[in-house]
Design a protein around this ligand. Structure first.
Ligand code: NAD
Length: 362
């Protein structure tokens, strides 16, 4: 099968981790007789430096015309003082909106080899952590009006949150459909005791539930959910929530599984062209040091094969190689246990090379 992948290396550790993922994709294509071509796309700080814009229109076009997009990460201190609408992260928001991806799916699954890396007590981890957060991606407060005015001699900032019934319904459906393929438990997370957006959210979710009688729907307030994720994560199967709540909860969920460097994500809309990226940022503190964990990006590439290219055997091949390398005790610094006697510390490129060498077609 031939596929064209738009590749956004981005800033900070982005180029290092994406480089390793592309090697893994190439070897997988070779093993399974596919042909992947890559179109380089500038986005983020590097695009501001080169083009004066975090995502020039022609770059967005390359993404929309591709079969899917693989992204490292964007941003960094260098661009902290550029105007808000020109910040690197604006490129990412515009990319998501331009691709029409409205659902971000983040697995929070503990790898058995990394159970000791979880900051939670062993008694909690032993009950199992395996849930998905389905986050609405292109609505809510991040896409509302932002303004700062002067009032009574001081600055007043306003950010507006809005959700329509149809926006809630389409993400709600992804939540129900995802739960249907898993353990049929969907937890809808909102703040309906305070926000109108959340009251509408809850109403639409319950209307939708009538179409999915096989899925058990529960409601949870976002503050309670933040507590329950650390108290009893085993209770969750699928969580569906709006943009900002999902942003925060999915970072919390990633920490309880061990390392932010391990977690992939997919963003999907109504076509098979998806956006695949690790959940972490550009980690400027470790950029260029060859110590970043490339696994989140490599697993994002595996998700692309599974969800956008319908290549489950190829995705399994990559995930099995990651698992085999972890079994052999290789760890990047972020997942290295304190008692390191049985483990071998490796850098970004060495971790990539190890995964590459464990790829095999079964
Ligand atoms: P971050 O995720 O970049 O880093 C947080 C911490 O995790 C750092 O200590 C970092 O070294 C570590 N870390 C992250 N990824 C790692 C990896 N693969 N391997 C090992 N350690 C890793 O978050 P931040 O520091 O808050 O943000 C840095 C920049 O990234 C900011 O400019 C932010 O806006 C941007 N950002 C971009 C995205 C994106 O591109 N999708 C997402 C979040 C943040």
């Amino acid at each position: 099968m031939k596929k064209n992948i738009a590749v956004i290396r981005g800033d900070g550790i982005g180029p290092e981790i994406v480089g390793e993922a592309l090697k893994v994709l190439d070897k997988t294509a070779e093993l399974f007789g596919h042909s992947f071509s890559y179109t380089d796309v500038d986005m983020g700080g590097c695009a501001i430096d080169k083009w004066g814009d975090p995502l020039p229109e022609e770059m967005l076009k390359k993404c929309v015309e591709s079969d899917s997009v693989l992204l490292g990460a964007v941003g960094g201190d260098k661009w902290n003082n550029v105007p808000g609408n020109m910040r690197p992260e604006k490129g990412l928001l515009r990319l998501r909106a331009g691709m029409g991806v409205y659902s971000n799916n983040r697995p929070a699954k503990i790898w058995s080899q990394l159970a000791s890396a979880s900051p939670l007590k062993k008694s909690i981890v032993d009950k199992g952590i395996d849930f998905i957060i389905v986050r609405e991606l292109i609505g809510g407060v991040y896409f509302g009006e932002h303004k700062t005015d002067e009032k009574d001699g001081e600055k007043v900032a306003v950010d507006t949150m809005s959700y329509s019934e149809s926006e809630i319904e389409r993400i709600g459906r992804i939540g129900f459909e995802t739960a249907r393929k898993r353990n049929k438990k969907l937890c809808s997370v909102e703040k309906s005791n305070v926000l109108d957006c959340s009251r509408l959210w809850k109403k639409v979710m319950h209307e939708l539930a009538e179409e999915y009688p096989d899925v058990e729907l529960t409601d949870m307030l976002v503050d309670n959910c933040a507590m329950q994720i650390v108290k009893n994560p085993a209770q969750f199967d699928v969580i569906v929530t709006e943009n900002m709540f999902g942003d925060i909860l999915s970072d919390e969920a990633s920490m309880i599984t061990g390392s932010i460097g391990m977690i992939p994500s997919s963003s999907l809309g109504s076509t098979s062209c998806g956006l695949y990226e690790p959940i972490h940022g550009s980690a400027p503190d470790i950029a260029g040091m060859d110590i970043a964990n490339p696994i989140g990006t490599i697993l994002s590439a595996a998700m692309m094969l599974r969800y956008s290219f319908d290549m489950p055997a190829e995705a399994d091949c990559i995930e099995n190689a990651v698992s085999a390398v972890l079994d052999e005790g290789y760890r990047t610094a972020d997942i290295m246990p304190a008692e390191a006697a049985d483990y071998k510390k490796v850098g970004c490129s060495e971790m990539g090379a190890l995964i590459l060498s464990h790829l095999e077609r079964k």
